[in-house]
Ligand binder design. Structure first.
Ligand code: ATP
Ligand code: MG
Length: 415
């Protein structure tokens, strides 16, 4: 089901256009309409929804349509600030309030006076900070860390979370009074699997965005691929879809993408390739997304290892002395998982370049490096040997479509 453009209000269309929000599903439009309606009324709003559903658009929409729009908008990720400094970040501190407080500092609540503060991952706030937040919400009053002077501020708070707040309250991790104060109005952002045709619209948008970004020809999807994308459960929601399309846009530029190629980018197809059932919420969310990221990291790591192996053997073939990679690469890569923000940056941050103390110095590197084509030919040849000539599994291992593999086999005379 989707709502025709002609039936959508001008304001709704303008907001979607301005923020780059894609979708015509009734559930998404309902959430956006709620944001538009509540924006001019000075109430606290709580945005809830699974990880990756697009919650971060909502506080911006609300601020931009409120009388506060010419004042500051500050977004704070409560989960990313260490417990020891969050009070001072939010409410400021006096000089000498703690070791290292060499000067007094304004907090976000003072800086954004008259404007809006977005408290992302609000469930992560420590209980002491929750008490301060409740006070500022109820009376507009706050006290800087290390001060005894009560100050006033005029702030609208929009908060977001992907955790079950009632459960957090039940477990004593979140103050009940604060929960009710924050959630005067709640906006629920629907999971991607409940948005019907929006999945296709988003796929098209991301394919064209990434083709443009990487200056590569746009990918197209065959019918089975489209069906798989439409029916997959997308536990990591829009963020996961965006990531998958980005990988495909990179590795399959210009190709007609098959369902096989798509499934190679999905973590556990057996568990998650089930028709979307409206109203059923996923138990995956955060933990599952972490799994997806680890999966991606593992895949990238495997590709890196493969490439290194191929390079080694090519060098060896040309008489070079080659040193091995340390075997403990995997544990080192995964030793310190990062909190999730944007997966792209998480992946880039997490993939450390291993320091190989035995690596050849720059001057040891052969002058005549194999060309890209030679490396590619050799990589494909070896993968074919490893897979006993089976093209399907070879394509999967190489993370390319079967069609691309066929083309390459012919191109390099590997039949
Ligand atoms: N309807 C949409 N149209 C276009 N892009 C979208 C849409 N929804 C989400 N996105 C994109 O998906 C990504 C994830 O969205 P966002 O960061 O807002 O998720 P979130 O709900 O805050 O997740 P988390 O709870 O994990 O923080 C962003 O890159 C965002 O731009
Ligand atoms: Mg978020």
């Amino acid at each position: 089901m989707e709502i025709n453009i002609a039936d959508q209000s001008e304001e709704l269309l303008r907001i979607k256009q301005r923020f780059g929000i894609v979708g015509n599903s009734p559930v998404l439009l309902h959430a956006l309409e709620r944001a538009i309606k509540v924006a001019p009324i000075d109430l606290s709003v709580l945005i809830v929804g699974e990880s990756g559903t697009g919650k971060e658009f909502f506080p911006q929409v609300i601020h931009s349509l409120s009388p506060r729009k010419h004042k500051k908008y500050i977004a704070v990720n409560c989960g990313a600030i260490p417990e020891g400094t969050i009070d001072s970040e939010l409410f400021g501190h006096e000089k000498g309030a703690f070791t290292g407080a060499v000067a007094s500092r304004k907090g976000y609540f003072e800086e954004a006076d008259g404007g809006t503060i977005f408290l992302d991952e609000v469930a992560e706030l420590p209980l002491t900070t929750q008490a301060r937040l409740l006070r500022v919400l109820e009376s507009g009053e706050f006290i800087k860390v290390g001060s005894s002077e009560v100050q006033r501020t005029d702030i609208r708070v929009v908060a977001a979370t992907n955790v079950n707040m009632l459960k957090a309250v039940e477990q004593g991790r979140f103050r009940e009074d604060l929960f009710y104060r924050l959630s005067t109005v709640t906006i629920s952002v629907p999971p991607l699997r409940d948005r019907g045709n929006d999945i296709r619209l988003l796929t098209r948008k991301f394919s064209s965005d990434f083709a443009e970004r990487y200056r590569m020809p746009q990918v197209r999807f065959d019918d089975e691929a489209v069906s798989l994308i439409s029916h997959y459960r997308w536990p990591g929601n829009v963020r996961q879809l965006k990531n998958v399309i980005e990988q495909i846009a990179l590795f399959d530029a210009g190709n007609l993408v098959t369902a096989d190629t798509v499934s190679a980018h999905l973590p556990d197809i057996s568990g998650d390739y089930s028709p979307a059932v409206s109203g059923v919420t996923s138990a995956h969310s955060y933990a599952n997304e972490r799994e997806i990221l680890f999966n991606m990291i593992f895949r990238l790591q495997r590709e890196l290892d493969n490439m290194r192996g191929e390079l080694d053997s090519l060098r060896r073939a040309s008489g070079e002395i080659v040193s091995r990679q340390p075997a403990d690469m995997a544990p080192r890569l995964l030793a310190a998982p990062k909190p999730l923000s944007e997966p792209q940056s998480t992946v880039i941050d997490t993939i450390a370049v291993p320091v190989d103390t035995h690596a050849p110095m720059a001057e040891d590197v052969p002058n005549v490096a194999p060309t890209l084509e030679e490396t590619e030919r050799e990589t494909i040849r070896r993968a074919l040997v490893r897979n006993d000539g089976r093209r399907k599994s070879t394509a999967r291992e190489l993370n390319i479509s079967e069609r691309t593999l066929y083309r390459k086999i012919r191109e390099y005379g590997l039949e």
